[in-house]
Design a protein around this ligand. Structure first.
Ligand SMILES: [Zn+2]
Length: 398
């Protein structure tokens, strides 16, 4: 980026109030009792899924909270891509126990369910009432978020993504009050992720870093988080794929995911996420995989915008994927190629055809992608025709 544009960016006004205290460290889970006490917790709802219970994490958190003098009620029925029904069940359990604090433990789905429950429990109504930003009028309960994947970065965002029970369309329900008060990041917890979860959530974190790097609402501040998230994830992902027990790289992924989530909070997401949601809704493609298949094509599409190409080139050169002597467009292409090779490394199919998508499905998918909330934030305007071309590029076998 030329020095004069850096200077202009440095003079842009900003108003930044971090909403979430971030506590990071190996075995920092031991501090959960002390941290919950700082939120004045007495009766805690622990929101998690059965896999996390089976891994022993839920029992450990419950024991640590009880040792700190709290009553703990566990809701362990969180599903992947949680629906309005899942949230309603969680609310029933929360009401029955008259809770004062929520602890979300698990992947993005546990965080989303915990936040969704918080909306309904404190503000009443249904999830659809909170679609958009800032529609909750009453205070919400304190939320302590403990991710076990690295990850969605949901612990550093104020959005709950809840799917409609009937249509499976995801609703983004955001409110500053829904953000976790504390995100407790313990890399040791992420060692239990199955290989496929490591791959899909890691690629999602990388995608969050790259989408937020170029979106229209990006700010000089969100760019700090996007760049650092990318630096950590591009180095960490190949290492955790090759060596699942690599605690240092697990830490990079966990922290990178949290910073990428922080970037999303300030700069939203772009076309790769708009393209991914219909693939998840209609073909059951796991979110991170769907995003990962579409992202290289979105990078190429966005790189036709000179500002986006320079942003991609900057991180591509910093990660030594491209040389500073290369043109921004060539450096962006190196980045797209690296993203494709990471899918190969993760053992994830790169093409939509592998996921059962047929050419005649594309017009309907493109139409839905164009109606996704995140589409509007992409640096280049994306029409339904562009979305169809992006899907077409991802369709054939490599
Ligand atoms: Zn994502």
């Amino acid at each position: 980026m030329p020095p004069e544009s850096n200077l202009a960016a440095a003079l842009a006004p900003l108003d930044y109030q971090p909403r979430t205290r971030v506590v990071f460290g190996v075995n920092s889970l031991e501090r959960v009792g002390e941290l919950a006490t700082s939120l004045s917790a007495k009766r805690v709802l622990l929101v998690t899924d059965r896999g996390i219970v089976a891994a022993g994490h839920a029992g450990r958190v419950q024991a640590l909270l009880e040792a700190a003098g709290m009553e703990v009620t566990c809701f362990e029925q969180v599903q992947e891509n949680p629906t309005t029904r899942c949230v309603e069940r969680c609310v029933e359990v929360a009401r029955g126990a008259a809770i004062d604090t929520i602890v979300g433990l698990g992947g993005g789905s546990s965080m989303d369910t915990a936040k969704g429950c918080n909306f309904i429990l404190t503000n009443g109504g249904q999830m659809k009432d909170y679609r958009g930003i800032g529609r909750a009028t009453r205070p919400m309960l304190p939320l302590l978020a403990i991710p076990t994947t690295g990850g969605t970065g949901s612990e550093c965002q104020s959005f709950a993504l809840i799917a409609d029970e009937q249509t499976h369309q995801k609703m983004a329900c955001g409110d500053p009050k829904a953000a976790a008060r504390i995100a407790l990041l313990d890399p040791a917890l992420t060692l239990s992720q199955p290989a496929r979860v490591t791959a899909c959530t890691g690629i999602d974190a990388l995608a969050h870093a790259l989408e937020t790097l170029v979106t229209k609402p990006r700010t000089p501040l969100s760019l700090i988080f996007s760049r650092e998230a990318f630096r950590l994830a591009i180095a960490g992902l190949p290492r955790v794929l090759a060596s699942p027990a690599d605690l240092e790289a697990r830490g990079w992924m966990l922290l990178g995911a949290a910073w990428a989530g922080t970037a999303i909070e300030n700069s939203m997401l772009g076309a790769a996420h708009a393209l991914a949601n219909p693939l998840t809704a209609h073909f059951g493609v796991v979110h991170g995989h769907a995003v990962g298949m579409m992202l290289p094509h979105v990078v190429r599409f966005n790189a036709r915008d000179p500002v986006a190409a320079r942003a991609y080139a900057e991180v591509s050169c910093a990660a030594q994927l491209a040389l500073p002597s290369e043109s921004p467009e060539a450096a962006a292409e190196r980045l797209a190629e690296r993203l494709e090779s990471l899918l190969d490394l993760a053992g994830l199919p790169r093409t939509l055809e592998h996921c059962g998508v047929k050419p005649n499905d594309l017009p309907r998918l493109a139409d839905e992608a164009a109606r996704q909330w995140t589409a509007q934030f992409n640096p280049r305007t994306v029409t339904a025709n562009d979305f169809q071309q992006l899907y077409t590029a991802a369709l054939p076998p490599a």
